[in-house]
Design a binder for this molecule. Sequence first.
Ligand SMILES: Cc1ncc(COP(=O)(O)O)c(C=O)c1O
Length: 386
Amino acid sequence: MKIPVLDLKPQIQAHRAEIMAAIESVIDNTRFVLGPEVTELERAVSAYTGSKHAVGVASGSDALLIALMALGIGGADAVITTPYTFFATVGAICRVGAIPIFVDIRPDSLNIDAGLVEKCLTERCEPDAAAGVLRDRISGRLVRAIIPVHLFGQCADMDAIMALAQRHKLFVIEDAAQALGARCNGARAGSIGHIGCLSFYPTKNLGGFGDGGMLTTSDDSLAEHCRILRVHGSKPKYYHSRVGVNSRLDSIQAAALLVGLKHLDEWTRMRREHARTYTESLKDTHGVVPPAVLPNQHHVFNQYVIRSNNRDALRRFLAEREIGAEIYYPLPLHLQECFSQFGYKKGNFPESERAAEESLAIPMFPYLTVEQRTTVTNAIKEFHKK
Ligand SMILES: Cc1ncc(COP(=O)(O)O)c(C=O)c1O
């Protein structure tokens, strides 16, 4: 039985008629870019996350870029984030001219370690009286923001991060690309920091039929900035107060995403059930650590990522049995060639480096069958018995 790591076909099939009708209605009304479906999706996502505003953009990567631009973060600044994330988080920081200050992850959740953020803020940074914020002693840059990433569908420790941010006058940009619907102490991902960034890339819990993204915020002025920045910085049309970007959400994507949003809670329930049975089945397997769900966290399992003490061989073993498995992520960002100018070395972030060597995402999608699930766990147990 071939089991891909992600199979979207059964999910699309289950809602095909509804999706096709929604897409056809856009084709009929011809408002293809930022049309009424985009406005409707923005209202629906803001209600879903509990943020006052939502602003549709072309991708999650652009959401991060526009969030940084809207906050005025640029060439004199530094942003604290995790090295164990998808490239876009740090790519956006660099694209506005700022630099990343990496802080290692917790070994259990694989999210940024708030205790180490505090250590970084107190040991590596010093107050800058003129700017009224902290300055990084190493780079000389002003430390303006933290980007916690809610990796694999579980929020970072937002209470601790928000408390640190308040104390040190930092903005918090939540990278909630993988975590729509996740909650931390009851608050929905994307609604906790100053601004949240969502992705509708097809592999996400709410995925479109191409690229798409959204910003969420309860700050009126930030929302307005984002709306202006996504259309080349223009308001009114053809009058530009800032240089923005072309990052608009297509109406066809919004129409399909509106259908998906109606089913998102059911899909999340299905994902959580797969995760529960995976963990139940794997918890006593020697050499395997199932993902941890921390207290007060509602995990939405965009990915189900185990740790294995023989990861690469396990992946090959699964591939021989036609079971898909992916490595998220094989090289932490502090070791990427394009960031070598920041001077980080192997050994700087041991937990991120260990996670990159041990982590393996196994098949996870709403319409995974019981038979598929059992085949996956049996294969993992068989491998680790050897
Ligand atoms: C953690 C994280 N941040 C940002 C992004 C960027 O989103 P997109 O692919 O929509 O640009 C992604 C997803 O791809 C992601 O997983």
